[in-house]
Design a binder for this molecule. Sequence first.
Ligand code: SAM
Length: 340
Amino acid sequence: MNIITKMKQDWDRRAKHHTRYWIATEDYKNEEVFADSGRRTADAILAALGPYYRETWTGLDIGCGIGRVLKPLALHFRQLFGVDVSAEMINKSKTWLRETPNVTTFETSGVDLNLFPNRHFDFVYSYVAFQHMPRPVFDRYLEEINRVLKHQGLLVFQIPIGIQPDVPMEDTIAVRFYEYHELQKKLIQRGFQLLETDEKRPVSLQASAQRRHAFHGFFLAQKIATIRPEINVGWLQAECQEHASFLDTHLYLSFAESCLKQGDPDEAIQTYEKLLTHNPDSLEAWLNLTTILIDNGKIDQAVSTLTNLTHAHPAYLDGHRTLKNLRRRQQWQKHMRPTG
Ligand SMILES: C[S@@+](CC[C@H](N)C(=O)[O-])C[C@H]1O[C@@H](n2cnc3c(N)ncnc32)[C@H](O)[C@@H]1O
């Protein structure tokens, strides 16, 4: 499997599990909260564009999800397009955007903008999408954005600034950090110049770099030169291994926990089961799942879960012991069940 297939597979899986959650982990509880968060992001993009903004513009959202930001932003522009690597996200965007006629969304390869001709857009934007992409994918997008932007077109984007050890290519959700000077260099090499619209930005940037965590504001860059794209795309052919991403697992576990807090054990059970189908290494998920099943009287399911746990983690001796006890309880329950 190459990186394109891996990104598609992973983001489709997340979109199928709970679309709003995997798009906006803090603002997913209902459609209203989710829509509100889209309005806030759209306002931040307009603020970043500041005096450059023109109502007559045509724009592009990269990694648009179901169109959380496209929908409110469409009120301010002539025409918008959105692209996403996930077919599932794009299918759902058709419903979310059904009353937004000046927006069109497309599934793309996740590494290029082949659908669009040169110098087509006045501006391109992206929010909480570049940060999840492997570094060569982000680089490639910068080249493609240079191609599809008109001369002096604008790029508004969010990317975390900081320092981190490298993340494996196959991790499609880990947040990638960039050092400010590295980002600046990337942009210059790809024909962009960073513009400052927010006076407070240098301060927040410095503070965030010192604290080594994300700066979530927007950068504004302008295309000042047309570049020749690099030909070296060997990484596109590289084989991607199955990979249990720490952040992916953490987000499933948090979701299941919040389902439980809201009194929805069935949704929590389904979430643990989904997590375990692609990451059977998560002992925490096996144990939490078993506990909920027992607490909810689903002893047969708990026995088969624990049996699977002992296969996935044969060295975890408590698993074998608990399974033995549970089997005894299962037998006892069957024995006690009234007959006739
Ligand atoms: C956290 S969601 C954010 C969605 C949207 N930007 C928003 O703010 O509502 C990240 C999105 O990026 C998409 N994505 C991830 N990698 C991508 C890639 N290489 N090309 C295009 N989209 C990608 C995912 O499918 C997902 O819809």
